[in-house]
Design a binder for this molecule. Structure first.
Ligand SMILES: Cc1cc2nc3c(=O)[nH]c(=O)nc-3n(C[C@H](O)[C@H](O)[C@H](O)COP(=O)(O)OP(=O)(O)OC[C@H]3O[C@@H](n4cnc5c(N)ncnc54)[C@H](O)[C@@H]3O)c2cc1C
Length: 403
């Protein structure tokens, strides 16, 4: 046997799993098809809970945002949240992911980049991992952290046709400190545009230390069948044009280096099998309302490492033993993801009202921001949120009648 564990994919899920296993004395090979440091299309916004759970990421944080401005689709309503404490931490994925890989290597992981996995064969006593250069490596277990189009999930029959997807476009554009101060203030406020240009999703502007990350995401399940299909690139161009018109971006701001990506929205039914586990995007661990996934990637990588380390100790890497991984992630964040998933189609509905209610009822706004931004658990606060929504709606109705 070459290794105890082979991890496929060195994004946040893979590096976290690798680092934690190596710290337990496990002999780990981490593989990635890309050559690092590599780019990854992403907003790079981390809710503060990522830092709370994984404080070692501190050196890889690019900048911090101390608030947000949320706009309704028509721009008529605007909700400002300005804080003394950080709201979102910003990273540049190229540096962040490379930083995490280096932590794993320092912990004792062997990292091979530029190696694409093409097949996985699970046998009774081992796993064989086939690479595109014809090489085969053997291990006791494999962890699939290879993102949205996971080869590990496909070859171990864990993947299913993902029908619920978010399609997105993103660009990261340099800005001067003066421009950043002008458009995003010293607090580096993030801007969220609910249903920008009528899209069944939202657009964002995330200011960073020397650039702005700008993107748009459309939730496929929320697109109205009766509406004419507009290519997302056209919507994005119209959005940038409207921002320039409103003087929310410099007039010379270009659309360049635009990258497209798809996000899986629902957790797979099974994220484990004999000698195999799936983490992060490969398992569909994405917040179905916001598209946020780094927290779940790292959390699932950490949980997978704990379970595999235990399995190696007891020499039990059977499907039955590894099923505890599913229970652990479900208790940790899975219940929230599944519950939020039920509201994913809301992107197709009237969002104008939600932002209006947020501007008029601070408690409602706090709950919406807390739940969507991951500061509070949706399963715990669901009832409070629904009651506050009803209360805010009634208050708004009386206000309109008494005018
Ligand atoms: C436009 C966009 C914006 C986003 N914004 C945010 C955000 O602001 N905040 C947030 O938290 N999340 C965001 N996300 C989600 C986030 O990017 C993902 O959830 C996160 O990257 C998942 O991490 P991962 O480790 O599971 O997979 P990835 O980061 O995708 O890493 C997978 C790795 O596997 C490698 N790989 C793939 N196939 C193979 C193979 N066959 N062999 C070897 N290696 C392979 C890839 O090269 C890659 O390095 C965004 C996503 C998109 C698309």
């Amino acid at each position: 046997m070459n290794y105890d564990v082979v991890i496929v994919g060195a994004g946040p899920a893979g590096s976290t799993a690798a680092k934690n296993l190596a710290e337990e004395g496990v002999h780990v090979l981490l593989l990635d098809k890309a050559t690092f440091p590599r780019e990854k299309p992403c907003g790079g916004g981390l809710p503060t809970r990522v830092f709370k759970r994984f404080p070692y990421i501190e050196p890889f944080i690019d900048s911090v945002s101390y608030g947000s401005i949320t706009y309704s689709s028509s721009y008529r309503y605007k909700f400002d949240l300005i804080r003394e404490k950080p709201l979102v931490m910003m990273v540049l994925r190229k540096d962040f992911d490379y930083g995490l890989v280096n932590l794993a290597v320092n912990a004792g992981v062997l990292f091979h980049s530029g190696k694409s996995v093409v097949d996985i064969v699970i046998q009774k006593e081992k796993v064989s991992v086939m690479l595109d250069d014809g090489q085969t490596v053997e291990a006791q277990a494999v962890i699939g952290c290879d993102g949205m189009h996971s080869v590990v999930a496909e070859k171990t029959n864990l993947s299913k046709k993902l029908e619920v997807l978010c399609v997105s476009l993103v660009q990261e554009q340099p800005l001067t400190p003066k421009q950043l101060n002008t458009y995003f203030t010293k607090k580096r406020l993030i801007h969220l545009f609910i249903k920008a240009q009528g899209v069944a999703g939202y657009a964002w502007m995330f200011p960073k230390k020397n650039c702005v990350n700008l993107g748009i995401g459309e939730f496929q399940s929320a697109i109205s069948k009766s509406k004419p299909k507009i290519p997302l690139k056209e919507t994005y161009e119209a959005f940038i044009y409207s921002l320039k018109e409103k003087k929310m971006l410099p007039p010379e701001f270009p659309i360049e280096n635009l990258r497209g990506a798809t996000l899986p929205i629902f957790p797979l039914e099974n994220t484990y099998g004999d000698r195999v586990l799936l983490c992060g995007d490969a398992a569909g661990f994405i917040n179905p309302i916001t598209g946020e996934g780094i927290y779940y990637a790292m959390a699932s990588g950490h949980i997978a490492a704990t379970v595999i380390a235990e399995g190696l100790k007891t020499q039990d890497l059977s499907r039955h033993f590894l099923s505890r991984y599913q229970k652990l992630w479900n208790d940790d964040f899975g219940k929230d993801l599944k519950l939020l998933g039920r509201f994913n189609t809301q992107w197709g509905k009237d969002s104008e009202k939600i932002v209006r209610l947020m501007t008029r009822d601070k408690k409602f706004a706090k709950l919406v921001v807390g739940v969507t931004g991951g500061q509070i658990s949706f399963s715990k606060y669901k009832v409070a949120l629904i009651f506050r929504y009803i209360y805010a709606s009634l208050k708004n109705l009386f206000r309109a009648k008494n005018r």
